[in-house]
Design a protein around this ligand. Sequence first.
Ligand code: PHE
Length: 450
Amino acid sequence: MDNLNQNTQREQWGSKIGFILAASGSAVGLGNLWKFPYMAGRNGGGAFVLVYFIILFLIGFTLMLAEITLGRHTQLNAIGAYKKISKKWAWVGGLGVLAGFIILSFYSVVGGWVINYIIKSLTGAINIADPEILGGMFGALVGGTVEPIVYHGIFMLMTMIIVLGGIGGGIEKSSKILMPGLFIMIIIIAIRAMTLPGAIEGIKYLLIPNFEAINIGVVLDALGQVFFSLSLGMGCMITYGSYLSKDTNIPESATVIPLIDTGVALLAGLIVMPAVFAFGFEPGGGPGLLFITLPAIFAQMPLGTVFAILFFFLVLFAALSSSISLLEVCVAYVVDEWKINRKVAVFGLGFVMFLIGVVASLSNGPLSHVTFIGERNFFDSLDFVASNILLPLGGLLLCIAVGWIWGTDEALAEATNDGKIEFKLAPLWIFLVKYVGPIAIAIVFIRSLM
Ligand code: PHE
């Protein structure tokens, strides 16, 4: 957002690739690298991946296009955009802000783990191949009291500083180098992981669906994961789309971003699952999977320590380019609607999120016996409420707002630059956004309540 286009009142992305990189920067993050592999592992591997793909094709692309289009049309933040199509709908934007608020509270805790692992790789502490020791090391970190909170605080502070300085210059420019860097690194690491002895079992586990494993819990998790990973359902892509110039090709962007995002998630899965089987971990091992398997892989690579340092830095960068988008959506709302000074908004919101994150962090350790939703501790409950309820609900309402209130004719006129861009799948998109999206999400909700 650094290039101020003098002819319009609103800032715009410096270039087309700038937008794609920034939007993929929001999408690609801990959701792909940390969450996707352990969600897949927990939900039967291939069964989860299959359901994920079905939802991605039916709803992911559809909503990506809808959000970007709505943003560019209204040139407003999430709440303003809804308000513009109908005053009664402003609260839907508010729901998104709430989701962003909750997500960043626990996201930052995981971001803190990443910073800690950067330090562990710098000191050589994780240069170990023994799964047992690595598992113990991760458990000691997240189960601790003060240590994980300190790192969570550092991550939150970094996010606040970047958002204060403006998302522009730095992020858009560094994305151009760091995103491709991340891509190349995960390809190299995935190749190493997939050639470990016994790795084939992991590849099979991830890619061959076991249909019996599919149940409503798997479907709800996959639905939530699609929204989480693509940054959909909370107005993030509305906000980013609002900085797009009128001549960009939205259908193309809405195709490329989900493809990049899914590519990264799959590669992360192809790093973690082969290693799980090669080293004898449990596929359902939970949130520690990435942090436990990676060092074991690095220990098997020439220059492993260098790889470890570089890789955890890139993970941190990917996490920050997502966390800033989460904070920005909340800040934009408070600044626009409550007329609060930007600095106060950043520090105020960041501080409250930090405090909630403190409880989330403790719930992996001293408070782990306190459960909230089902058997979930506070950390997992935050994730569940935001990812599996608020984001899909936001998506359902977005389908109705764009498909029925704003109208698909208007939306398509915007998406195709008044017919200048060919969009062959338009009829399919109309059908998906008006009918399939809302009905499918509603069915998953109703079924999972039963
Ligand atoms: N998509 C980000 C990730 O995968 C997380 C995120 C969710 C960011 C929602 C913005 C909005 O890490």
